[in-house]
Write a protein that binds this ligand. Structure first.
Ligand code: F6P
Length: 324
Protein backbone atom coordinates (compact mmCIF):
# COMPACT_ATOMS: atom_id res chain seq x y z
CA UNK A 1 0.00 0.00 0.00
CA UNK A 2 1.48 3.33 -1.07
CA UNK A 3 -1.26 5.95 -0.84
CA UNK A 4 -4.33 6.27 1.39
CA UNK A 5 -6.81 9.05 2.18
CA UNK A 6 -8.27 10.31 5.44
CA UNK A 7 -11.40 12.37 6.03
CA UNK A 8 -13.57 13.66 8.85
CA UNK A 9 -17.32 13.86 8.43
CA UNK A 10 -20.49 14.76 10.36
CA UNK A 11 -20.34 16.80 13.58
CA UNK A 12 -16.76 17.62 14.55
CA UNK A 13 -15.39 16.11 17.75
CA UNK A 14 -12.35 17.00 19.89
CA UNK A 15 -9.63 14.48 19.08
CA UNK A 16 -10.37 14.18 15.36
CA UNK A 17 -7.16 16.11 14.62
CA UNK A 18 -5.19 13.79 16.88
CA UNK A 19 -6.53 10.82 14.89
CA UNK A 20 -5.61 12.42 11.54
CA UNK A 21 -2.13 13.17 12.86
CA UNK A 22 -1.66 9.55 13.97
CA UNK A 23 -2.75 8.24 10.54
CA UNK A 24 -0.27 10.58 8.85
CA UNK A 25 2.61 9.72 11.21
CA UNK A 26 2.02 5.98 11.12
CA UNK A 27 1.68 6.16 7.34
CA UNK A 28 4.98 8.05 7.04
CA UNK A 29 6.63 5.49 9.29
CA UNK A 30 5.67 2.75 6.82
CA UNK A 31 6.31 4.71 3.62
CA UNK A 32 2.62 5.37 2.97
CA UNK A 33 1.56 8.76 1.70
CA UNK A 34 -1.58 10.08 3.37
CA UNK A 35 -3.85 12.42 1.41
CA UNK A 36 -6.35 14.59 3.30
CA UNK A 37 -9.90 15.07 2.03
CA UNK A 38 -11.45 18.44 2.81
CA UNK A 39 -15.13 18.59 3.88
CA UNK A 40 -15.75 14.85 4.37
CA UNK A 41 -17.73 12.88 1.79
CA UNK A 42 -18.73 16.08 0.01
CA UNK A 43 -15.07 16.82 -0.64
CA UNK A 44 -14.47 13.20 -1.61
CA UNK A 45 -17.10 13.35 -4.34
CA UNK A 46 -15.71 16.69 -5.55
CA UNK A 47 -12.10 15.47 -5.44
CA UNK A 48 -11.14 18.10 -2.86
CA UNK A 49 -7.83 16.55 -1.77
CA UNK A 50 -4.77 17.99 -0.06
CA UNK A 51 -1.33 16.68 0.76
CA UNK A 52 -0.60 16.10 4.47
CA UNK A 53 2.84 16.05 6.00
CA UNK A 54 4.09 15.00 9.42
CA UNK A 55 5.40 18.53 9.98
CA UNK A 56 2.01 20.09 9.21
CA UNK A 57 0.17 17.71 11.53
CA UNK A 58 2.66 17.98 14.41
CA UNK A 59 0.80 20.45 16.64
CA UNK A 60 -2.69 19.52 15.55
CA UNK A 61 -2.94 16.89 18.29
CA UNK A 62 -3.97 19.52 20.81
CA UNK A 63 -6.43 21.40 18.62
CA UNK A 64 -10.19 20.91 18.83
CA UNK A 65 -12.43 20.72 15.74
CA UNK A 66 -11.09 19.25 12.54
CA UNK A 67 -8.56 21.00 10.33
CA UNK A 68 -9.79 18.89 7.39
CA UNK A 69 -13.19 20.55 7.88
CA UNK A 70 -16.43 18.64 8.00
CA UNK A 71 -19.80 18.65 6.31
CA UNK A 72 -23.15 16.98 6.63
CA UNK A 73 -23.72 15.41 3.21
CA UNK A 74 -26.90 13.29 3.06
CA UNK A 75 -26.44 13.09 -0.73
CA UNK A 76 -23.79 10.46 -0.09
CA UNK A 77 -26.64 7.96 0.34
CA UNK A 78 -26.95 8.07 -3.46
CA UNK A 79 -25.04 5.27 -5.19
CA UNK A 80 -23.96 7.63 -7.96
CA UNK A 81 -22.07 9.79 -5.42
CA UNK A 82 -20.48 6.75 -3.78
CA UNK A 83 -19.14 5.51 -7.13
CA UNK A 84 -17.94 9.02 -8.00
CA UNK A 85 -16.01 9.12 -4.70
CA UNK A 86 -14.31 5.81 -5.52
CA UNK A 87 -13.48 7.09 -9.00
CA UNK A 88 -11.91 10.25 -7.53
CA UNK A 89 -9.73 8.20 -5.20
CA UNK A 90 -8.66 5.72 -7.87
CA UNK A 91 -7.76 8.59 -10.21
CA UNK A 92 -5.34 9.86 -7.56
CA UNK A 93 -3.86 6.43 -6.90
CA UNK A 94 -5.49 6.25 -3.46
CA UNK A 95 -5.86 2.62 -2.39
CA UNK A 96 -7.92 2.89 0.82
CA UNK A 97 -9.84 5.39 2.96
CA UNK A 98 -9.79 6.07 6.69
CA UNK A 99 -13.11 7.71 7.64
CA UNK A 100 -13.37 9.49 11.00
CA UNK A 101 -16.86 10.37 12.22
CA UNK A 102 -20.14 9.19 13.67
CA UNK A 103 -22.89 6.84 12.54
CA UNK A 104 -23.64 8.79 9.34
CA UNK A 105 -19.96 8.67 8.40
CA UNK A 106 -19.80 4.95 9.11
CA UNK A 107 -22.94 4.33 7.03
CA UNK A 108 -21.28 6.13 4.11
CA UNK A 109 -18.00 4.31 4.59
CA UNK A 110 -19.60 0.88 4.70
CA UNK A 111 -21.25 1.56 1.34
CA UNK A 112 -17.79 2.09 -0.16
CA UNK A 113 -16.70 -1.19 1.42
CA UNK A 114 -19.74 -2.91 -0.12
CA UNK A 115 -18.66 -1.56 -3.51
CA UNK A 116 -15.32 -3.33 -2.91
CA UNK A 117 -13.30 -0.26 -1.92
CA UNK A 118 -11.24 -0.78 1.29
CA UNK A 119 -12.17 1.44 4.22
CA UNK A 120 -11.38 1.66 7.93
CA UNK A 121 -13.60 3.62 10.32
CA UNK A 122 -12.52 5.59 13.39
CA UNK A 123 -15.41 6.58 15.70
CA UNK A 124 -15.35 10.35 16.18
CA UNK A 125 -18.49 11.85 17.68
CA UNK A 126 -19.29 13.49 20.99
CA UNK A 127 -22.52 11.46 21.13
CA UNK A 128 -20.81 8.12 21.92
CA UNK A 129 -23.56 6.42 19.93
CA UNK A 130 -21.79 4.00 17.61
CA UNK A 131 -22.94 0.38 18.02
CA UNK A 132 -20.37 -2.07 19.38
CA UNK A 133 -17.75 0.31 20.75
CA UNK A 134 -18.07 1.63 24.31
CA UNK A 135 -16.31 4.84 23.43
CA UNK A 136 -16.04 7.34 20.60
CA UNK A 137 -13.39 10.04 20.22
CA UNK A 138 -14.65 13.39 21.51
CA UNK A 139 -17.10 12.00 24.05
CA UNK A 140 -14.74 12.43 26.99
CA UNK A 141 -13.91 16.03 26.08
CA UNK A 142 -17.58 16.85 25.57
CA UNK A 143 -18.51 15.44 28.97
CA UNK A 144 -15.69 17.43 30.59
CA UNK A 145 -16.82 20.57 28.77
CA UNK A 146 -20.33 19.98 30.10
CA UNK A 147 -18.97 19.48 33.64
CA UNK A 148 -17.13 22.80 33.55
CA UNK A 149 -20.36 24.59 32.67
CA UNK A 150 -22.57 22.66 35.10
CA UNK A 151 -20.12 23.35 37.95
CA UNK A 152 -20.33 27.07 37.20
CA UNK A 153 -24.12 26.96 37.00
CA UNK A 154 -24.18 25.18 40.37
CA UNK A 155 -22.48 28.20 41.99
CA UNK A 156 -25.21 30.58 40.96
CA UNK A 157 -27.97 28.01 41.51
CA UNK A 158 -26.77 27.52 45.06
CA UNK A 159 -26.65 31.27 45.76
CA UNK A 160 -30.32 31.64 44.84
CA UNK A 161 -31.57 28.22 45.97
CA UNK A 162 -32.65 27.59 42.40
CA UNK A 163 -33.34 24.55 40.30
CA UNK A 164 -31.54 24.45 36.96
CA UNK A 165 -32.27 22.34 33.93
CA UNK A 166 -29.19 21.88 31.75
CA UNK A 167 -29.80 20.55 28.26
CA UNK A 168 -26.86 18.61 26.85
CA UNK A 169 -26.22 17.24 23.36
CA UNK A 170 -26.27 13.63 22.22
CA UNK A 171 -28.88 13.64 19.46
CA UNK A 172 -30.83 10.40 20.19
CA UNK A 173 -28.36 9.12 22.80
CA UNK A 174 -28.32 9.91 26.53
CA UNK A 175 -24.63 9.19 27.11
CA UNK A 176 -23.45 12.77 27.69
CA UNK A 177 -26.41 13.34 30.04
CA UNK A 178 -25.70 10.19 32.05
CA UNK A 179 -21.97 10.81 32.46
CA UNK A 180 -22.35 14.54 33.11
CA UNK A 181 -25.21 13.85 35.52
CA UNK A 182 -23.34 11.25 37.56
CA UNK A 183 -20.15 13.34 37.53
CA UNK A 184 -21.93 16.43 38.89
CA UNK A 185 -24.19 14.64 41.35
CA UNK A 186 -27.34 15.74 39.54
CA UNK A 187 -30.71 15.39 41.23
CA UNK A 188 -32.27 13.96 38.11
CA UNK A 189 -31.20 12.85 34.64
CA UNK A 190 -33.64 12.62 31.73
CA UNK A 191 -32.55 10.48 28.78
CA UNK A 192 -34.36 9.12 25.73
CA UNK A 193 -33.49 5.55 26.74
CA UNK A 194 -35.56 5.72 29.96
CA UNK A 195 -39.27 6.33 30.56
CA UNK A 196 -39.97 9.97 31.22
CA UNK A 197 -41.92 10.85 34.36
CA UNK A 198 -42.03 14.54 35.30
CA UNK A 199 -43.73 13.83 38.64
CA UNK A 200 -40.84 11.55 39.60
CA UNK A 201 -38.29 14.21 38.62
CA UNK A 202 -40.08 16.83 40.73
CA UNK A 203 -40.24 14.35 43.60
CA UNK A 204 -36.45 13.83 43.42
CA UNK A 205 -35.85 17.59 43.47
CA UNK A 206 -38.11 17.99 46.52
CA UNK A 207 -36.50 15.04 48.22
CA UNK A 208 -33.05 16.63 47.80
CA UNK A 209 -34.29 19.90 49.26
CA UNK A 210 -35.92 18.10 52.18
CA UNK A 211 -32.54 16.49 52.82
CA UNK A 212 -30.90 19.90 53.03
CA UNK A 213 -29.69 20.58 49.50
CA UNK A 214 -29.63 24.31 48.74
CA UNK A 215 -30.12 23.94 44.98
CA UNK A 216 -31.08 21.32 42.42
CA UNK A 217 -29.66 20.24 39.10
CA UNK A 218 -31.47 18.36 36.35
CA UNK A 219 -29.53 17.13 33.32
CA UNK A 220 -31.71 16.84 30.25
CA UNK A 221 -30.60 15.00 27.11
CA UNK A 222 -31.62 16.87 23.97
CA UNK A 223 -33.23 13.68 22.63
CA UNK A 224 -35.93 13.90 25.32
CA UNK A 225 -37.22 17.43 24.70
CA UNK A 226 -36.05 21.04 24.68
CA UNK A 227 -35.35 22.95 27.86
CA UNK A 228 -38.33 25.34 27.48
CA UNK A 229 -40.78 22.48 27.07
CA UNK A 230 -39.23 20.79 30.09
CA UNK A 231 -39.57 23.87 32.31
CA UNK A 232 -43.17 24.30 31.18
CA UNK A 233 -43.88 20.69 32.19
CA UNK A 234 -42.05 21.06 35.50
CA UNK A 235 -44.01 24.17 36.43
CA UNK A 236 -47.29 22.42 35.74
CA UNK A 237 -46.39 19.97 38.54
CA UNK A 238 -44.66 22.52 40.77
CA UNK A 239 -45.55 26.14 39.95
CA UNK A 240 -43.73 27.49 43.01
CA UNK A 241 -40.18 26.39 42.17
CA UNK A 242 -37.62 29.00 41.10
CA UNK A 243 -36.32 27.26 37.98
CA UNK A 244 -34.01 28.30 35.15
CA UNK A 245 -32.84 26.50 32.04
CA UNK A 246 -29.81 26.55 29.83
CA UNK A 247 -28.87 24.77 26.63
CA UNK A 248 -25.14 24.08 26.50
CA UNK A 249 -25.15 23.42 22.75
CA UNK A 250 -21.91 23.66 20.78
CA UNK A 251 -19.61 24.67 23.66
CA UNK A 252 -19.62 20.94 24.37
CA UNK A 253 -18.02 20.21 21.00
CA UNK A 254 -15.19 22.75 21.10
CA UNK A 255 -11.89 23.12 22.87
CA UNK A 256 -8.71 21.17 23.26
CA UNK A 257 -9.27 17.37 23.46
CA UNK A 258 -8.88 15.63 26.82
CA UNK A 259 -5.96 13.28 27.45
CA UNK A 260 -8.24 10.24 27.00
CA UNK A 261 -9.48 11.49 23.63
CA UNK A 262 -5.94 12.27 22.45
CA UNK A 263 -4.61 8.89 23.54
CA UNK A 264 -7.42 6.81 22.02
CA UNK A 265 -7.41 8.94 18.85
CA UNK A 266 -3.68 8.32 18.49
CA UNK A 267 -4.06 4.59 19.14
CA UNK A 268 -6.96 4.25 16.71
CA UNK A 269 -5.26 6.32 14.00
CA UNK A 270 -2.09 4.23 14.19
CA UNK A 271 -3.96 0.91 14.33
CA UNK A 272 -6.13 1.91 11.35
CA UNK A 273 -2.99 2.18 9.23
CA UNK A 274 -1.64 -1.10 10.64
CA UNK A 275 -4.86 -2.86 9.62
CA UNK A 276 -4.56 -1.61 6.06
CA UNK A 277 -0.91 -2.68 5.90
CA UNK A 278 -1.99 -6.15 7.05
CA UNK A 279 -4.55 -6.32 4.26
CA UNK A 280 -7.52 -5.81 6.59
CA UNK A 281 -10.43 -3.53 5.68
CA UNK A 282 -14.13 -3.15 6.42
CA UNK A 283 -13.31 -2.67 10.09
CA UNK A 284 -13.72 0.10 12.57
CA UNK A 285 -11.59 0.86 15.59
CA UNK A 286 -13.16 0.96 19.04
CA UNK A 287 -13.06 0.03 22.69
CA UNK A 288 -14.47 -3.06 24.43
CA UNK A 289 -13.94 -3.76 28.13
CA UNK A 290 -11.76 -0.62 28.33
CA UNK A 291 -9.38 -2.20 25.80
CA UNK A 292 -8.73 -1.32 22.18
CA UNK A 293 -10.79 -3.53 19.86
CA UNK A 294 -11.74 -3.77 16.19
CA UNK A 295 -15.23 -4.41 14.81
CA UNK A 296 -16.55 -5.53 11.44
CA UNK A 297 -18.24 -2.39 10.19
CA UNK A 298 -20.99 -3.99 8.08
CA UNK A 299 -21.95 -6.68 10.56
CA UNK A 300 -21.87 -4.38 13.61
CA UNK A 301 -23.81 -1.52 12.08
CA UNK A 302 -26.40 -3.76 10.50
CA UNK A 303 -26.95 -6.07 13.48
CA UNK A 304 -26.29 -4.04 16.62
CA UNK A 305 -27.58 -0.86 18.16
CA UNK A 306 -25.97 1.47 20.65
CA UNK A 307 -26.81 1.02 24.34
CA UNK A 308 -26.40 3.73 26.97
CA UNK A 309 -24.79 2.75 30.30
CA UNK A 310 -28.01 1.83 32.12
CA UNK A 311 -25.98 0.88 35.22
CA UNK A 312 -24.71 4.46 35.56
CA UNK A 313 -28.16 5.89 34.97
CA UNK A 314 -29.53 3.53 37.62
CA UNK A 315 -26.74 4.52 40.02
CA UNK A 316 -27.86 8.11 39.85
CA UNK A 317 -31.49 7.11 40.23
CA UNK A 318 -30.63 5.14 43.36
CA UNK A 319 -28.57 7.95 44.87
CA UNK A 320 -31.35 10.48 44.42
CA UNK A 321 -34.14 8.21 45.55
CA UNK A 322 -34.12 9.25 49.18
CA UNK A 323 -37.28 9.12 51.25
CA UNK A 324 -39.30 12.32 51.92
O1 F6P B 1 -23.63 14.52 16.41
C1 F6P B 1 -23.05 15.52 17.17
C2 F6P B 1 -24.03 16.59 17.51
O2 F6P B 1 -23.36 17.59 18.24
C3 F6P B 1 -25.28 16.14 18.24
O3 F6P B 1 -25.06 15.94 19.61
C4 F6P B 1 -26.23 17.26 17.94
O4 F6P B 1 -27.57 16.81 18.00
C5 F6P B 1 -25.86 17.63 16.53
O5 F6P B 1 -24.53 17.18 16.33
C6 F6P B 1 -25.92 19.10 16.24
O6 F6P B 1 -25.66 19.26 14.89
P1 F6P B 1 -25.28 20.64 14.22
O7 F6P B 1 -23.91 21.03 14.69
O8 F6P B 1 -25.31 20.34 12.76
O9 F6P B 1 -26.30 21.62 14.67
Amino acid sequence: MKRIAVLTSGGDAPGMNAAIRAVVEQGAHHGIEVVGVNYGFKGLVEGNFRELTVAYCQDKIRRGGTFLYSARFPEFREKENQLKAIEQMKAKGIEALVAIGGDGTFTGALQLQKHGYPIIGIPGTIDNDIPGTEYTIGFDSAVNNALDEIDKISDTASSHNRTFVVEVMGRHAGDIAVWAGVATGADAIAIPEADFDMKDIVRRVHSGRANGKDHSMIILAEGVMGVDEFIHGFQKVDPGMSIRGITLAHVQRGGSPSARDRVFATLMGARAVDCLINGQAGLFMGVKGEQFATFDIIETLEKKSHAVRQDLYQLNQDLTNKAN
